[in-house]
Ligand binder design. Structure first.
Ligand code: FAD
Length: 397
């Protein structure tokens, strides 16, 4: 007979979304269990660790130097022929985290707020009684257990199995995913105050190569490409390093992963089961950043879990789907539309756009005034000469 535990809420996955939900719900006095299959929460990382500075205040996360490797002041973009566009802010715009510490600290904040936390505990299935999901089966340090809960949260990342087992349709075609390969390595010669991004169809089809500095001479160096590409992401990363004469024999970590870049889950809630973060493909499809989106979704989900428990009305959980689609889903659908246009840019387009923007419009881009940027591009002779470029840009307006 396996051990039986009972909670108001069980959260599967202690990455980013899971601990935010666990913390917010436990803080309101409800019993919460947060589990993760990893023996050490946060390790291994599958991330370039870059995040916007705004999330700390927004989600009430301490700005703790123990998980902040480096403060970043902007970005430099490189076109296929080597034109560059620099957006440099006078203030810190983002940070490169240490996710092994960050994820663990998020779980610690959840524990401090009252949640129980169990690493090395893997959810294996849902438990149904009279057609209703009443909890999950799990293996806790190898031993089978049952966790009974009124509400189940699937925050189990891109390979989520729990949502599917709960009867939620999670299918998306391979084209909706990027494959990523990354080395954390010693690398020199790049301004460590900026993140660096290289574009080009031979550099990173549909994606980019990144250098995210963690130190003066240490960075996450990676590439993301479309998953249905005949070549691997590793092939593109090693090729880029060789072509740029960057030695890569001082590697500290190899990180591999899949990033959902579209096809956001329509149905985020089914009865008493909620799906958050990568499991719901809540990722920015333009740059593949998912941490801020996971926090955002986690905040909305937890708000409705608290409300549903208070009112003893689980119908209220559906408001998570409605509010997320209203606040974030619509925005991400727009970003996806732009990404689908950008996907069709040739190397020459990328050269023309980055060359045209360098110097003159960095401020507007940095300030997010994209329609002004596009209008400026539309006036440029190299754009005016090309009906295809005009059509592509007009799609973005
Ligand atoms: C190479 C790469 C680089 C990236 N770079 C960035 C970046 O720079 N910035 C950014 O914002 N985003 C980046 N992302 C995306 C980002 O990592 C994710 O969007 C983010 O981690 C999503 O958080 P999450 O909580 O939804 O899922 P995750 O962080 O994946 O957490 C899911 C957790 O669930 C656990 N789990 C899974 N199944 C089970 C189970 N059955 N039982 C128990 N536990 C389970 C896993 O162990 C994991 O800890 C990158 C992704 C990759 C692959």
């Amino acid at each position: 007979m396996s051990e039986i535990m009972k909670y108001d809420v069980v959260v599967v996955g202690a990455g980013i979304a899971g601990p935010i939900v666990a913390r917010n719900v436990a803080k309101e006095g409800h019993s919460v269990l947060l589990i993760d299959k990893k023996p050490a929460i946060g390790a291994p990382k599958q991330c370039a660790e870059g995040i916007n500075i705004g999330v700390f205040e927004k989600h009430n996360i301490p700005y703790d130097k123990r998980f902040i490797n480096r403060e970043i002041y902007g970005a430099r973009l490189y076109s296929p022929s080597g034109y560059t566009l620099e957006m440099r802010y006078s203030r810190v715009s983002g940070v490169i985290l240490e996710r092994k510490v960050f994820d663990k600290m998020l779980a610690f904040y959840a524990a401090r707020a009252g949640a129980d936390v169990l690493p090395r505990t893997e959810a294996t299935d849902v438990i149904r009684e009279d057609g209703k999901i009443i909890g999950i089966k799990a293996k806790k340090e190898g031993e089978p257990i049952e966790i009974r809960a009124d509400i189940l949260v699937a925050a189990d990342g891109v390979e989520s199995t729990i949502a599917r087992k709960a009867g939620i349709n999670t299918y998306a075609p391979p084209h909706e995913f990027d494959s990523a390969y990354e080395y954390e390595m010693l690398i020199e010669g790049f301004d460590p105050d900026l993140i660096h991004l290289w574009f080009g169809n031979n550099v990173a089809p549909r994606g980019y190569v990144w250098v995210f500095p963690k130190d003066e001479d240490r960075a996450n160096v990676g590439v993301g490409i479309n998953s249905d590409n005949p070549m691997t992401a590793k092939y593109y990363l090693d090729k880029w390093l060789k072509e740029n004469n960057i030695p890569f024999k001082k590697i500290l970590e190899v990180n591999v992963g899949v990033i959902p870049v579209g096809g956001f889950l329509k149905e985020l809630v089914k009865n008493n089961v909620l799906v958050v973060g990568d499991a719901a493909r809540q990722v920015n499809p333009m740059h593949g950043g998912g941490m801020a989106e996971a926090m955002e979704a986690g905040a909305i989900a937890s708000k409705w879990i608290v409300e549903a428990l208070k009112e003893e009305n689980f119908e209220l959980l559906k408001n998570y789907t409605t509010e997320w689609w209203e606040k974030d889903g619509k925005r991400l659908e727009r970003v996806l539309r732009v990404r689908k246009v950008v996907e069709h840019l040739t190397d020459e387009d990328l050269d023309v756009f980055i060359q045209t923007l360098s110097g003159i419009d960095a401020e507007k881009i940095a300030g997010g005034r994209y329609s002004e940027v596009i209008k400026t591009l539309l006036k440029h002779p190299k754009v005016l000469m090309s009906p295809r470029r005009i059509a592509l840009l007009k799609e973005l307006l």
